[in-house]
Write a protein that binds this ligand. Structure first.
Ligand code: NAP
Length: 290
């Protein structure tokens, strides 16, 4: 029997683990893929109080090392069901006194024909992971938020030419990124346009836009935000119309021993610092009960 099982090894989950472990609790983190969550995709984090600048990967790795040094246990298993005191994965069932859901959000897809087939063959959702494959080539980034602009700026130093394609007529990204964008001579902004078709035999070769243009690119980086994926938790948590978990008093779900922390929760501000804050609060509550 564990004291606390945390689902998800992103910043919220790993922070919860640090608090639980420091209180001498038996803690297990279950993670489907790799530690770090969305933050590993950020080339630079510069809004985390106390750290002037750090790569998202280094930040996540520091957190991971902290968890491991404290004796934390991470198992790479996909959770398929959660009950009040048990967590079921594709290979095991674990009993626990408290559960913290820190499952984050998933990258939003354009939902184009062949988008899944061409993922890894030109289509990517992570510029910092895959940008290096496109050195000296032409690429496109889709989106108008902080991630899209950050990706375009990052790729401009690697690729030959970067098309930044946005469906609106202005970017919602912070002014800082917009200013940086204009200093890069190889970024070309295409506004009021959507990708309508992906072309290429076995790998991506070009994209069609709904304004009638065709653009030859080897890489397409889709940076159009995130969406939650919480349907499997509907037996222990209320979920809002957008798919986010509704919490009471910050991090409580509608089951006494089940908490939610980080981006999966319905909240005002989804940032590193608020994810970690949720993780700490959820852990302190779980510690009292376990
Ligand atoms: P976001 O802020 O939600 O922006 C998503 C962008 O994609 C928007 O421009 C949106 O267009 C566009 N979009 C959404 N669906 C689309 C579709 N189907 N087709 C075409 N375009 C579509 O997402 P994000 O940039 O990933 O940022 C997520 C959060 O992380 C934000 O709170 C952001 O501030 C934060 N973040 C922070 C940093 C940092 O501080 N260093 C870096 C990255 C992200 P519209 O504008 O027309 O809706």
């Amino acid at each position: 029997m564990y004291d606390i099982i945390i689902v998800g090894a992103g910043p919220a989950g790993m922070t919860a683990a640090i608090y639980g472990l420091r209180a001498n609790k038996r803690v297990l983190i279950l993670e489907a893929k790799a530690y770090g969550g969305q933050i590993v995709n950020a080339s630079k984090v510069e809004n985390y109080p106390g750290i002037e600048s750090i790569s998202g990967f280094d930040f996540a790795t520091n957190l991971y090392n902290q968890v491991i040094k404290l004796g934390g246990e991470i198992k790479y298993e996909t959770v398929v069901k959660v009950d009040e005191h048990s967590v079921i994965t594709t290979s095991n069932t674990y009993e626990t006194k408290a559960i913290i859901l820190a499952v984050g959000v998933k990258n939003r897809k354009l939902n184009l024909d062949r988008e899944i087939e061409l993922t890894g063959k030109g289509v990517s959702y992570c510029a910092t992971c895959d940008g290096n494959f496109y050195k000296g080539k032409d690429v496109a980034v889709i989106g108008g938020g902080n991630t899209a602009l950050e990706d375009a700026i990052y790729l401009a130093d690697l690729a030959n030419h970067v098309y930044l394609i946005h469906r609106g007529d202005s970017f919602r990204a912070d002014q800082k990124y917009q200013d940086e964008l204009s200093s890069k001579s190889n970024i070309e902004c295409i506004m009021n346009a959507n990708v309508s078709k992906l072309n290429g035999e076995n790998v991506l070769e070009s994209i069609d836009l709904d304004n009638g243009k065709n653009i030859e690119v080897s890489g397409l980086f889709i940076a159009i935000g995130q969406q939650p994926n919480n349907a499997i938790f509907s037996n222990v948590a209320d979920i809002d119309e957008n798919g986010y978990i509704i919490s009471k008093d910050g991090v409580h779900t509608n089951k006494e021993h089940v908490y939610v922390a980080g981006d999966a929760r319905k909240k005002e501000l989804r940032q590193l610092v608020t994810a970690e804050s949720d993780g700490a609060i959820a852990a302190v509550m779980a510690i009292k009960e376990s």
